[in-house]
Design a protein around this ligand. Structure first.
Ligand SMILES: *Cc1c(COP(=O)(O)O)cnc(C)c1O
Length: 397
């Protein structure tokens, strides 16, 4: 679908204007929620004409969506420079599956970054293996080993940066360049930065996947995913999604559009608060390491500064020692941080995570007591006071 207006404007302007086509919104600011399975045709000739074309942005049948979903996918496309179109899925994991199934055949080899989101690992080792795709994991920080890992059957590469839980930033432009040279499609899980913080296609990736559940939704009230591609891969993405019967509800599309309008503002605020919290944690004697690419001096900061135009509220840190009970006491005593999966919402979350369990190639040799924080929109001073309460609870034993 064609990108909306405002391609060169600032990021705040772009999220406000993206996807708001007059023919879909009418006189309203937002497109109405089109609840529909059946679209009616004036006569048999027009029904046959639609059947023959299968074009984006045209009524056909409910599974191809209606203006509410089209406006959202158009908006996501407009925010990713170089994109030809976006397919929406009922979750981020569904988007990853849709992207990988679009570019892989039985007998192919898929290279997967070893610090991938754990359900991505499970998909590679489960579903994809069952359908004859061989998944091999690689260390994203070792470029020569990555290049050596290709064989004639390597047809796709799954990248993610920063890596899940431990936040390593890898050299995506270099990895994508190698993949392209070897004739493999590169799929990037760009959920952390979103298209606002990392221009995946301009940096050489073929498909940009985002869990819209996180930053676009932004309010912890919906599940959704998107895969965005240029001309080279959009057709395959779209056909595969149609064959899989993927469709999102118009109500969820309207919620995601609402979230999108404030996304630039929310990301800027939560990233700034996260940096303030990370700086504070860095000074605490109880903290061994802060794993936050936005923090000067932290691993990955140099590449983050080179390639990214923004960050977000998600980062990790490690507690000194190996006392899991102390880690749980720390998290349990927090009042502003909820304990739960997901991130990118308006509310802060804290989670005990164990990266060693989710690696096969680059064993996590750092301190084992990792805590992942998702910083929301509360005030930094209040979050810091809450974390201070957590450390006090640990000290009390
Ligand atoms: C949450 C997440 C996903 C999956 O999104 P869902 O909508 O929960 O399926 C994919 N990748 C990353 C990095 C995530 O954090």
């Amino acid at each position: 679908m064609a990108a909306g207006r405002g391609g060169d404007a600032g990021v705040g302007t772009r999220v406000v204007t993206a996807g708001r086509r007059k023919e879909w919104t009418g006189a309203a600011v937002n497109p109405p929620v089109w609840r529909t399975s059946t679209h009616l045709y004036p006569d048999c000739a027009s029904l046959r004409e639609r059947l023959a074309h299968n074009r984006d942005g045209e009524f056909f049948y409910g599974r191809r969506g209606a203006p509410t979903q089209w406006a959202l996918s158009d908006a996501i496309t407009a925010l990713e420079p170089g994109a030809a179109g976006t397919v929406l899925y009922p979750s981020g994991v569904a988007a990853l599956a849709g992207a990988l199934l679009a570019v892989l055949r039985p007998g192919d080899v898929l290279l997967v970054t070893d610090n991938a989101y754990d359900p991505t690992r499970s998909m590679a080792n489960g579903l994809l293996r069952r359908f004859g795709v061989e998944a091999r994991f690689f260390d994203p920080l070792d470029l020569p080993a990555f290049e050596a890992a290709f064989c004639d059957r390597t047809k796709a590469v799954l990248l993610e940066s920063p890596g899940s839980l431990t936040m390593e930033v890898c050299d995506i432009p270099a990895l994508a360049r190698i993949a392209r040279k070897k004739g493999a499609a590169s799929v990037l899980d760009n959920t952390w930065a979103s298209s606002l913080g990392f221009r995946a296609l301009q940096h050489g990736c073929d498909i940009c996947v985002q869990a819209l559940t996180k930053h676009v939704g932004g309010h912890s009230d919906l599940m959704m995913g998107a895969a965005t591609a240029g001309e080279s891969h959009y057709r395959a993405l779209r056909m595969t999604a149609q064959e899989l019967g993927q469709i999102i509800s118009p109500d969820d599309a309207a919620l995601a559009l609402r979230g999108l309008r404030t996304m630039a503002l929310r990301l800027e605020r939560s990233a700034a608060t996260a940096l303030a919290v990370a700086r504070w944690l860095e000074q605490r004697p109880e903290v061994a390491r802060v794993l936050c690419p936005m923090l000067p001096g932290s691993p990955g900061h140099r590449l983050w500064q080179r390639d990214f135009t923004g960050g977000c509220g998600l980062f990790s840190f490690t507690l000194a020692g190996e006392d899991d009970a102390a880690r749980c006491r720390f998290i349990d005593s927090l009042e502003l941080f909820g304990i739960g999966y997901s991130w990118g919402g308006f509310e802060s979350l804290a989670l005990p995570v164990d990266p060693a369990k989710h690696r096969s190639l680059m064993p996590w040799s750092g301190d084992p007591m990792v805590v992942r924080l998702s910083i929301g929109l509360e005030d930094a001073a209040d979050l810091i006071a809450d974390l201070e309460r957590g450390f006090a609870a640990v000290a009390q034993g």
